[in-house]
Design a binder for this molecule. Structure first.
Ligand code: SF4
Length: 329
């Protein structure tokens, strides 16, 4: 059976791009592969980018990301779900990979180049980020990695590291494949300026209060052809049309598409209809999140149990790696 691994950034409030592109996928894969699907809040990665990291917030954000995923349907009874820093084998394996990874390969990584150019001084950890990511995946001998498009280059490097290790020390690791979360690529930001992303500030959070979501949707740009209420438009050229495909039921989508093309409905009506779908989808998630937030001990217990389960896989793999590299027992 395939083994799935995915790392979840502890960024706090996930947005609907994360939800449709990754989180729902985790739930689906969890149903399919059970304890062979391994999800981890990758808190060790957070301090590698000083621009996006605050030590006073890391623990809270890690917990909040756990809450969000559990509220969105990730069932820790079915999958393995934990915080990366609770399983020390991640950093140990990363060190072994560091010694076989050429610096030139790491310097080629697009994400590294993007982040490094915004920093006055580049921490070595930022360069090593993809090595730790390779260790995250290969520590569980995972062969399937659901990722966004921006991570594909890192998964390629993971494959290369696995090949190198196997060649140098003996066959041990599979070469994992990236499974692209295609929906995530198409979800536009609420400002209409390209992909939804936290750094652009154009997100709709899945745990965001519904009235705050409406305050963002009401002024959101629509098809520019609809200058007047009587002008027909094209919902395929409108981000609200895209959102309807995510949140609304089929009859509503048909009504909206027909109404937009014939100027039978106005954009405000259309946005109100979208809010019905958003409310239906997000209300139960927000209610579950409120319950979980009220019981942080339960969430910590879930992560502690997940770390125990993760280590049952990680410890023997690490033992095998130590042996292959030749350390004294
Ligand atoms: Fe967009 Fe809806 Fe207005 Fe059409 S009616 S342009 S889909 S907001």
């Amino acid at each position: 059976m395939p083994r799935v691994f995915s790392g979840i950034q502890p960024t706090g409030d996930p947005h609907i791009g994360n939800y449709f592109g990754a989180m729902k996928n985790y739930v689906r894969l969890g149903e399919e592969y059970g304890k062979n699907s391994i999800y981890c809040v990758v808190d060790l990665h957070a301090p590698t980018n000083p621009n996006a990291y605050d030590p006073r917030q890391l623990a809270a954000r890690t917990l909040e990301m756990a809450v969000a995923n559990m509220a969105a349907g990730l069932d820790p009874e079915k999958v393995i779900f934990f915080a990366q820093s609770h399983v020390p084998e991640h950093t140990e394996l990363a060190w072994l990979f560091t010694v076989i990874t050429p610096v030139g390969e790491l310097e080629r990584m697009t994400q590294y180049k993007d982040k490094a150019q915004k920093l006055e001084s580049t921490p070595a950890g930022l360069l090593m980020y993809p090595v730790l990511q390779a260790a995250d995946i290969l520590l569980y001998k995972a062969d399937t990695v659901p990722v966004g498009e921006d991570q594909v280059q890192h998964i390629e490097l993971t494959r290369e590291i696995a090949r190198k290790f196997n060649h140098q020390f003996g066959e041990m690791f599979p070469e994992p494949r990236a499974v692209l979360a295609k929906d995530a690529l198409r979800i536009p930001g609420v400002d209409g300026q390209g992909k939804m992303s936290k750094s652009k500030g154009n997100t709709i959070g899945i745990l965001e209060p519904l009235d705050s979501i409406w305050q963002k949707l009401r002024p959101a740009p629509t098809d520019p052809a609809r200058v007047r209420r009587t002008d027909p438009g094209d919902p395929d050229k409108c981000l609200i049309g895209d959102y309807h495909k995510l949140f609304s039921d089929l009859p509503t989508i048909e009504t909206v598409y027909e109404g937009c093309r014939t100027a039978g409905i106005g954009c405000v009506d259309c946005k109100k209809m979208l809010m019905v779908g958003i409310t239906r989808e997000l209300t139960p998630i927000q209610e579950r999140a409120a319950e979980l937030r009220a019981d942080p001990v339960r969430v910590r217990d879930v992560l502690a149990q997940g770390a125990k389960e993760a280590r049952q896989i990680a410890a023997p793999v690490m033992e095998e790696a130590r042996e292959k590299v030749g350390f004294l027992k």
